[in-house]
Design a protein around this ligand. Structure first.
Ligand SMILES: [Zn+2]
Ligand SMILES: [Zn+2]
Length: 253
């Protein structure tokens, strides 16, 4: 892999490893670009999330990465980003707070259908079309803001109802992403942990719609960046579904 833009750190409380450890592992793996995309510090009214850094911890994330980006610049290109859900009621406020900081990109990772703590985890098995529809509607609204670089684990939604309903909505997602020029991720941590994604039924639709795809390690520990079998797995999907693979993204001007 030449580049990976989906990297977490211990700051989100459910990943391990410092920024430096991830950088050194990426260099060891021969990567040319490493983007950090730790879970964005949303402020939920009256609730402190335990799966993301707090807003107060954000300055240190930015400053540590800024120093390391300089220190390692001869070896690897470092980007500073976040993985963020799109919550319409909170998104503008989030962008406003982030605008104080020099970050490079956001990935859309729609882990919840409503803000925490009330929101249903998107990867929970659901039978109702309503949840699937909500996932696709929210994601498309998010992508249409133009604020996202790509969509992480687009097939996170775990719909177990009729297949034609899945296809109807996920085709809308793929077509909308294509209109917005947003690539879709093949997520390696989902594969590693045998989650419901990446899934063949989704990449069949991606193939039909013709979306570009990109590999994302979604690293929650540094070693994930250097596991060659993950890239082999990704290439298998690319070949099986004749997908257009992007090796790297253009970030910034
Ligand atoms: Zn995570
Ligand atoms: Zn992630």
């Amino acid at each position: 892999m030449k580049a990976n833009y989906h990297t977490h750190t211990m700051r989100c409380h459910h990943a391990v490893g410092t920024e430096r450890e991830y950088i050194e592992k990426a260099i060891e793996a021969g990567m040319e670009e490493l983007g950090f995309s730790d879970h964005v510090p949303y402020r939920f009214p009256g609730f402190q999330s335990r799966i993301r850094m707090a807003m107060e911890e954000l300055p240190e994330y930015i400053s540590v990465l800024s120093v390391l980006r300089e220190e390692y610049k001869k070896d690897i290109k470092i980007y500073i980003g976040f993985e963020a859900e799109y919550f319409p009621e909170l998104f503008d406020g989030l962008l406003e707070e982030l605008s104080e900081y020099p970050y490079d990109y956001l990935l859309l990772g729609q882990h919840f259908l409503e803000p925490e703590p009330m929101g249903l985890y998107t990867g929970s098995a659901v039978r109702s079309e309503g949840e699937l529809q909500r996932y696709v509607d929210l994601s498309l609204e998010g992508l249409s803001t133009g604020k996202f670089l790509y969509m992480a684990h687009p097939d996170l939604v775990n719909y177990i109802g009729p297949e034609h309903i899945y296809r109807k909505h996920m085709k809308r997602l793929c077509e909308g992403a294509k209109r917005c020029g947003i690539p879709l991720e093949i997520n390696f941590t989902g594969y590693l942990e045998r989650r419901n994604y990446p899934c063949a039924r989704f990449f069949q639709i991606v193939s039909e719609v013709g979306n570009p795809v990109i590999f994302g390690c979604d690293a929650h520990y540094p070693e994930v960046l250097a596991r060659k079998e993950l890239e082999d797995y990704g290439m298998k999907i690319v070949r099986e579904f004749h997908l257009k693979l992007l090796e790297a993204m253009k970030i910034g001007s």
